[in-house]
Design a protein around this ligand. Structure first.
Ligand code: ADP
Length: 452
């Protein structure tokens, strides 16, 4: 049996500190695979642990198959958890480790068939009679998974189960987890901070920030239609370019977006998306350009819908199959706080952190971060600030450059640092966010009364 899991306005506060999870609502269908994604400290594990019954719910309600479940013990929920730090019993064989939960449930019964079936599914039949210490990391993680699935749980709850493994093994096991959960058809909630993992595994991805759910959508949609700049910036590699800008919509003449030193004229006739930008006249906005929206090419090669810009090459990052060109176009990047993990507020006075504080430093940082994490998803500096001239960077860009735009090219393109290059921007791929960071272009799919 697999379960429907519903969270209704669920919050969690630890002691008197601000909420680790704030009014989180999500409805998960039986057999669905949902990934909770977000930077470290945003509350993903807390949500998972509340579903498992390992953590009390401070406010709100959890329903399992439509029945209130806040009061149920973990055992009564009959879910299996797989953690990052999988703990196997070192003195028991792998066979005994996998069979352990079955033995607890029913000590007299012979569980060999179930254990062997589980091991076959995970490709670890040949190591069943060894001890965990005689296995590789990947094999040990499979034994841990075997122990979780042998009991045929009603749901899988996985908390970064692959993050201790090397990249190759992680990719391999990721594919296996996807296959296995499909075969078993069991509802799965999977926590990760790795957006590539989330995109490849989930039927839906729930993006969290500061304890607050930002968006829950299928992978394609979180990438193509991010609801705010945080989601846009968290998903996708290389990261979306986010530039501060102002809309110019004169009564007569062409509409354009002022990027500081350069302008993006909007092609006419205006698309419905671009028409709606008219009401932003004079307002500060954030322009989002994913790397596929910009290419290095002269204006003479412009296709319909492409407009010209130029940039100075600051730095070229060779990646083997491609190169990432960091350019300065004279624009100011918009800052998106909290993308990587809990970090000090850029607006607050800086304090030095040393390791002298010992183990508590990280926890203190995380705790302090919780106070502002659910603040604005974008920070715009003042146009007159020094950022405009010094080429301020987002906290997630390389420190060595003054670049504001990253563009992909083939690995063979010869580019000179300091040289000027022509760019073509495809405005069909333009994102615009308001100054709070909410997406206003492309339009939400269901704007009432809009004739598309
Ligand atoms: P994530 O899984 O996204 O990394 P967590 O759910 O572990 O985040 O933590 C969310 C927030 O709750 C963090 O600020 C963390 O420090 C805090 N937190 C988690 N567990 C506890 C706890 N037992 N006591 C106090 N604070 C906690």
């Amino acid at each position: 049996m697999t379960r429907a899991i519903i969270l209704n306005n669920v919050s969690k506060a630890y002691g008197r500190s601000s909420r680790a999870v704030d009014r989180f609502s999500l409805s998960i269908d039986p057999g669905e695979f949902v990934v909770l994604l977000g930077p470290s400290g945003c509350g993903k594990s807390t949500v998972l642990r509340m579903i498992a019954g390992l953590e009390d719910v401070t406010e709100g309600e959890i329903l399992l198959d439509g029945e209130p479940a806040n009061h149920l013990t973990p055992r009564e929920r009959s879910m299996a958890m797989v953690f990052q730090n999988f703990a196997l019993y070192p003195t028991m064989t792998n066979r005994a480790n996998i069979g352990f939960p079955l033995k607890l449930e029913n000590p007299r019964q012979d569980h060999s068939a179930r254990i062997e079936n589980t091991a076959r599914m995970l490709g670890i039949e040949s190591v069943l009679d060894r001890l965990p210490g005689q296995l590789s990391g990947g094999e040990r993680q499979r034994v841990a998974m075997g122990r979780a699935i042998s009991r045929q749980p009603s749901a899988f709850l996985m908390d970064e189960p692959l993050s201790n493994l090397d990249a190759k093994l992680r990719n391999h096991l990721r594919a296996e987890i996807s296959q296995l959960t499909k075969e078993l058809g069991v509802t799965t909630v999977y926590v990760t901070h790795d957006q590539a993992e989330a995109m490849s595994l989930g039927h839906r991805v729930a993006v969290m920030r500061g304890g607050v759910l930002q968006q829950v959508s299928p992978p394609r949609e979180v990438y193509a239609l991010p609801e705010n700049v945080f989601v846009a910036a968290f998903i996708g590699t290389p990261r979306i370019n986010l530039l501060q800008a102002v809309v110019h919509a004169p009564l007569e003449g062409r509409m354009s977006i002022d990027l500081g030193r350069q302008r993006l004229p909007l092609p006419e006739p205006l698309s419905p998306d671009h028409q709606l930008l008219r009401i932003q006249q004079g307002r500060r906005i954030i322009v989002g350009l994913r790397s596929e929206a910009v290419r290095i090419a002269p204006p003479s090669q412009a296709r319909p819908g492409e407009v010209a810009l130029s940039g100075i090459v600051e730095h070229v990052e060779y990646q083997g199959h491609e190169a990432l060109v960091h350019l300065n176009t004279g624009s100011r990047p918009a800052v998106v706080p909290d993308l990587e993990s809990a970090r000090p507020d850029r607006g607050a006075p800086r304090r030095r952190h040393t390791t002298a504080g010992g183990v508590g430093v990280l926890e203190r940082l995380k705790g302090r971060a919780a106070g502002y994490l659910s603040g604005p998803v974008a920070v715009l500096d003042e146009p007159s600030s020094e950022a405009a001239t010094s080429g301020a960077r987002s906290p997630d860009r390389p420190a060595v450059t003054a670049s504001d735009l990253v563009v992909r090219t083939g690995p063979d393109m010869r580019l000179r640092t300091g040289g000027q290059v022509p760019l073509l921007v495809d405005l069909a791929h333009l994102y615009v966010f308001d100054h709070h960071g909410r997406r206003i272009c492309p339009l939400p799919k269901d704007v009432p009364g809009l004739d598309m």
